[in-house]
Design a protein around this ligand. Structure first.
Ligand code: HPA
Length: 281
């Protein structure tokens, strides 16, 4: 974890690099989670910039693993896609995306669409289902804002997932005849999967999907003043809800099966944002 005095110059340098490479910021950025990488193929006129060129962005961890920003068009909407995110389970640090998200905001991005792979807590959302995130539960009660100065750190989380953007997502799903669930996402730190007892507790709390990302980024994005939308792709039934043992391979396999449909929906969603009056203001 680095402090703001160290991070701010890295953000300035990242914004300058983004501007030099892509020009003015798109209004919409998407964080691509597991299973959502296919969305990059739907970007027209895509230009790529590796995270390695952006000092405030997470360092690529695995050799050969793509960590990059992709900018181009989806329908009539310009968009920046972020391939690769820092997870808290990698280092114990939940601030890993702070530099990247603050760079996007300072560049001029207004809307952050977060995507992830999740375990489903609800039988009516079997693997392959898509869920719009209406709210979240920060189960580890970890905050990326610990140590932030000023009263801005007391971020209002009562409507963290933007109501107008959610209404838009539901409209697009309806138009394209796609079943889109809506519910509460609970963050589990990982990297181990949950126990069945933990899943029963999360279900009793009102959670509908569980995963190991998204929540720290939503907090950081709201603190930065970005509007947030979240989409979760169910890759498995959560622990104890199916006979199958949970493995990373299983979640990746299901993500590959449903990823194409998820990516197509994401493209329709982003393209449709051109209709949103609040983004044209
Ligand atoms: N638990 C936590 N994270 C996940 C799961 C899960 O069941 N599936 C995909 N990501």
């Amino acid at each position: 974890m680095i402090n703001n005095n160290e991070l701010n110059p890295l953000i300035d340098a990242s914004v300058a690099r983004l501007q030099a490479e892509f020009g003015a910021a798109p209004e919409v950025a998407v964080v691509l989670g597991s299973g959502w990488a296919g969305a990059v193929d739907q970007v027209q006129g895509a230009k790529h910039l590796a995270y390695g060129e952006l000092p405030a962005f997470p360092r690529p961890k695995v050799e050969g693993h793509v960590s990059e920003v992709v900018v181009g068009m989806m329908g009539g909407q310009r968009v920046a896609m972020l391939r690769g995110r820092a997870h808290t389970y990698e280092s114990g640090d939940c601030t890993g995306m702070a530099g990247a998200l603050r760079s996007l905001k300072r560049w001029g991005v207004k809307v952050l669409i977060q995507t992830n792979a999740s375990g489903s807590l609800r039988p009516h959302m079997p693997p392959g289902s898509l869920m719009l995130i209406a709210d979240h539960i920060n189960a580890p009660q970890r905050s990326p804002l610990v140590g932030e100065p000023g009263s801005e750190r007391f971020v209002d989380m009562s409507s963290a997932y933007d109501a107008e953007l959610r209404a838009h997502a539901k409209k697009v799903a309806q138009t394209h005849n796609l079943k889109l669930g809506e519910g509460t996402y609970v963050w589990a730190l990982g990297p181990q999967f949950e126990t069945p007892a933990e899943i029963r507790m999360f279900a009793a709390w009102g959670a509908d999907a569980v995963g190991m990302s998204t929540v720290p980024e939503t907090i950081l994005a709201r603190h930065a003043g970005l509007r947030v939308m979240g989409l979760a792709l169910m890759t498995n039934m959560a622990a104890g809800l199916s006979a199958e043992a949970l493995t990373h391979a299983l979640t990746l396999q299901q993500a590959a099966v449903s990823g194409e449909r998820a990516a197509a929906f994401l493209a329709q969603l982003v393209a449709g944002l051109t209709e949103l009056a609040s983004l044209r203001a």
